[in-house]
Design a binder for this molecule. Structure first.
Ligand code: FAD
Length: 426
């Protein structure tokens, strides 16, 4: 015996929260919708975990950042789900699924069946072990994907206050954590194999600005290198990090941010996959018509890029793909999502936004010493990507519009000279 619902959302992260709000707005009936989540709290804005949550003073804590505050929508507290007749099944891992029979089986053996399933299982942090390094289980080695990880990181940091922190990885988790650790008065060294931070997005010139800023805050960088092993004390705690060239870095704590892997495991032999995620169409519908996938786990066609399939690991994409899937489920006339890829980050007092794709020729502009600068990516004569640090709301809207409308570039030197004005004129 088990429970049956019309709609089941598997996963209780960002996408699940935004999907729930959309279901309610579109008139879901009491008892029709269930959300199953391994986490023990209602959906929340995950990006807060590496930002406000790590502040030394007045840190953000739940319930302040439950979804959907990130878009100034309603904040959905556990009470809200109850009031709208949504079953929130927390602290529950789904361990197997049968898409043909439309059932999920939880780790405790309960069967939950559905008419329509939305997969919103997100991703997990890659472990060092997957790169042949052992020692992730030491009590002062931290990852950062969920609330439990973040609470652990805060505890570890408070237990070695003022000590040495080694951050492995130069992506946004590494960068945001390094900033938070420094703000908490830790001595931070960042280690990553690339030539510069945010290697997948930043140009060397953009990266140089952020690295110099970090250095001015006391962060040390060891680039082009990787960790090969840990040195532990007699209690198993890490006391040093050993790098490929033999360098030994003393460490009171280690934070690892080396990428993520989408949680597709429950569906790998049942649904079509692409780009490491679950392949869906423009309505977020998977290869089985009763199944939709949204957020980090979904690989979907991006109209702006000629319907090329992309899997995006960004919060805005999680929010919008979730809303779109619910629209498609509740209103069959819903067309294909027309999504403009968007990514942002905040660290120290810095804040940047990026829209589109980072392909083609790059044009930098603005004041790289004063912290008000940007870049355009130009491909086949049009703007395909735009980055801006320290912009105003109008500036960010303008660069988004320049990418969305594929603003034509006749003269690259003129774009460089005009800088943000180029986008403001579009
Ligand atoms: P998630 O929010 O990860 O939710 C997935 C949910 O599924 C989790 O609750 C998980 O427990 C659950 N789940 C998985 N498998 C099972 C199972 N078998 N059974 C039950 N439940 C399951 N993006 C930005 O654009 N800007 C940022 O500044 C930014 N900062 C970030 C900072 C941090 C620390 C992290 C971790 C991510 C950040 N992101 C940022 C990325 C953004 O948070 C993700 O893109 C977003 O959370 C994806 O939403 P999702 O719902 O797809 O997955």
């Amino acid at each position: 015996m088990g429970r049956a619902f019309v709609y089941v959302i598997l996963g209780g992260g960002v996408a699940a929260g935004y999907a729930a709000l959309e279901f309610v707005r579109r008139g879901v009936s009491h008892g029709e919708l269930c959300i199953i989540s391994e986490e023990s709290v209602a959906p929340y804005e995950r990006p807060a975990l590496s930002k406000g949550y790590l502040l030394p003073e007045a840190p953000a804590r739940l319930p302040a950042f439950h979804t959907c505050v990130g878009t100034n929508d309603e904040r959905l507290m556990p009470k809200w789900y109850k009031e709208h007749g949504i079953e929130l099944v927390l602290g529950t891992r789904v361990k197997s699924t049968d898409v043909r029979r439309k059932v999920l089986i939880t780790a405790t053996g309960e069967t939950i069946s559905y008419k329509i399933l939305i997969i919103a299982t997100g991703a997990r942090a890659l472990k060092l072990e997957e790169f042949g390094v052992r020692g992730s289980d030491a009590e002062n080695v931290c990852y950062l994907r969920n609330l439990a990880d973040t609470n652990r990181l805060v505890d570890v940091m408070q237990n070695c206050s003022g000590g040495n922190a080694v951050v492995i990885g130069g992506g946004y988790i590494g960068m945001e954590c390094a900033a938070a650790l420094v703000t908490n008065r830790m001595k931070v060294t960042m280690v990553f194999p690339e030539a510069h931070c945010m290697g997948r997005l930043f140009t060397p010139k953009i990266a140089e600005y952020y690295e110099n800023y970090y250095k001015s805050k006391g962060v040390k960088f060891i680039k082009g290198s990787v960790l090969t092993s840990f040195e532990n004390d007699s209690e198993g705690k890490v006391k040093a990090v050993i790098l490929k060239d033999g360098t030994c870095l003393p460490a009171d704590m280690v934070v690892v941010g080396i990428g993520i892997r989408p949680n597709t495991g429950l569906f790998e032999d049942q649904l079509q996959l692409d780009k490491g995620g679950i392949k869906v169409n423009g309505r977020m519908q998977a290869s089985n018509a009763s199944v939709y996938a949204v957020g980090d786990v979904a690989a979907f066609p991006v109209k702006l890029f000629g319907n090329e399939i992309h899997r995006l690991e960004h919060v805005d994409s999680a929010r919008k793909t979730a809303k779109h899937a619910v629209a498609a489920i509740m209103a069959p006339s819903t067309g294909d999502l027309d999504y403009l890829p968007f990514f942002y980050s905040r660290m120290f007092t810095l804040s940047w936004q990026f829209y589109g794709d980072s392909i083609g020729e790059v044009v930098h502009y603005g004041d790289f010493s004063g912290g008000n600068f940007g870049a355009y990516w130009i491909h086949k004569g049009v703007i395909v990507g735009a980055f801006l640090e320290g912009g105003s709301k109008d500036d960010y809207e303008a660069i988004a519009k320049a990418v969305r409308s594929k603003a034509i570039v006749n003269n690259i030197a003129e774009v460089e000279r005009a800088g943000i004005e180029f986008a403001l004129r579009v």
